[in-house]
Write a protein that binds this ligand. Structure first.
Ligand code: CO8
Length: 373
């Protein structure tokens, strides 16, 4: 069996960042306007007044302080609260392709590879900007890669599921070197008028190079010891946007065509599942939790990560053991655990063990146990 390594990663970060205070100011202006406009109906009891948001709540409940976004102006306009992302002609690169190219070039450089070495491209993310042609095929062609490419979607777990697909392809002999990308534009499917979730997401794109260890030349490589995936159906995180929407006009524009969740239930149900999966996965690979130097966890909520790492380690994790990037990136869906890995992978020693773990809608959970070469 071929030993597959992660030999390079890349990260595209949008140039705009929104602080909690900025986001809350826009949200509260929208709330004030709504309540003023509907004053009579609110007083008559036929419309419910909206409640204001608060930066203090956001940071306490989630650990998020700011988020990067493709467009700031549209989100912070209380009359709009949706990013401005202009449509492009079919002759231009799509925005997900553009983000992917930046992250891919970094990952290739880190891996010491050129596009000629890559023969498979996976674009794995929560939302694809069009039905077809696959964004992955567009990226493949834009970069000049031979071979084949496809898109896949497993919500927040898309990257770990994408890693397993890449590992399988290399071990089966259908690919030599895989470029796996996660272009997440969460701001375009977040309801910025929803107090419960308007602060949760940000935008980013990550890239991962997977290849046979025998051909890898990178100075920072991690052997993939095993991948483990799990899915259990749940309606607690859902987005009903889709190609059938226009077939029933009554549903158009309703909140369920954007991200909706029951955050409390997600928290309670997913944390134990994730901790159990990581512990069982380590055991299957005969790695004890004492040997685990790093947990690059999905970046949705700080308390979630503290709870999961505590259950796995049997003690509170040190900051460096479970690095946090959600404070400045928020939840970037599938990109989150890869951003944590990308920014916090160099300082481990040869032989050290780590786990990349994602979890989210589906429910879906993916763990990738790695060892530094
Ligand atoms: N400001 C002030 N107060 C607020 C606000 C606000 N913005 N929002 C809620 N409150 C109030 C509530 O009204 C409530 O008040 P009361 O106690 O009087 O009823 C109180 O604060 C507590 O509310 P919650 O119970 O909702 O707060 P929590 O402590 O549970 O925190 C969280 C909310 C942060 C959402 C938390 O539950 C959480 O993080 N849960 C896990 C979420 C998660 O991980 N989801 C995964 C989704 S990611 C995924 O799978 C990707 C999908 C695809 C990507 C989509 C991109 C858009």
């Amino acid at each position: 069996m071929k030993q597959v390594v992660i030999s390079g990663t890349g990260l595209y970060t949008p140039s705009h960042s929104i602080s909690n205070d900025e986001l809350v100011a826009a949200f509260n202006a929208y709330v004030d306007d709504f309540n003023e406009t509907n004053k009579a109906a609110i007083e008559a009891g036929s419309v419910q007044a909206l409640a204001q948001s608060s930066s203090a709540f956001i940071e306490k409940a989630s650990g998020i302080k700011s988020r990067f976004v493709i467009d700031k102006a549209g989100i912070l306009d209380p009359k709009r609260m949706t990013p401005y992302i202009a449509e492009r002609s079919n002759d231009e690169h799509s925005i997900q392709c553009e983000m992917s190219i930046v992250a891919a070039k970094q990952a290739l450089q880190q891996a010491g590879k050129t596009v000629d070495d890559v023969d498979m491209v996976i674009v794995a993310c929560s939302n694809l900007q069009r039905a077809y042609p696959a964004v992955a095929v567009e990226v493949q062609t834009a970069l000049g890669i031979q071979g084949f490419a496809y898109d896949m979607n497993v919500a927040c777990s898309s990257a770990t599921f994408g890693i397993q697909s890449g590992v399988n392809a290399i071990q089966a002999g259908s690919a030599r070197c895989v470029l796996m990308l996660n272009p997440e534009i969460c701001s375009s499917h977040l309801n910025f008028r929803d107090r419960d979730s308007h602060f949760i997401f940000g935008d980013a794109c990550t890239a991962v190079i997977l290849e046979d260890s025998e051909q890898a030349v990178s100075s920072v490589q991690y052997n993939i010891l095993g991948t483990k995936l799990q899915t259990v159906f749940s309606n607690n995180i859902r987005n009903n946007a889709g190609f059938l929407n226009r077939c029933d006009e009554s549903g158009l524009g309703k909140p369920d065509k954007l991200f909706i969740q029951n955050g409390r239930k997600v928290f309670k149900e997913v944390c134990p599942m994730v901790a159990t999966q990581i512990s069982e996965h380590l055991e299957e690979l005969s790695v004890s939790s004492d040997q685990l130097s790093r947990m690059w966890l999905h970046q949705a909520n700080l308390s979630m990560n503290q709870l999961i790492s505590k259950r796995v380690l049997g003690r509170t994790a040190e900051t460096h053991e479970a690095p946090v990037i959600l404070d400045s990136y928020a939840n970037t869906s599938s990109a989150g655990s890869i951003i944590a890995y990308h920014l916090h992978k160099e300082d481990l020693n040869s032989g050290d063990y780590g786990v990349i773990c994602s979890f989210g809608a589906g429910y879906s959970i993916g763990s990738v146990i790695v060892q530094k070469c």
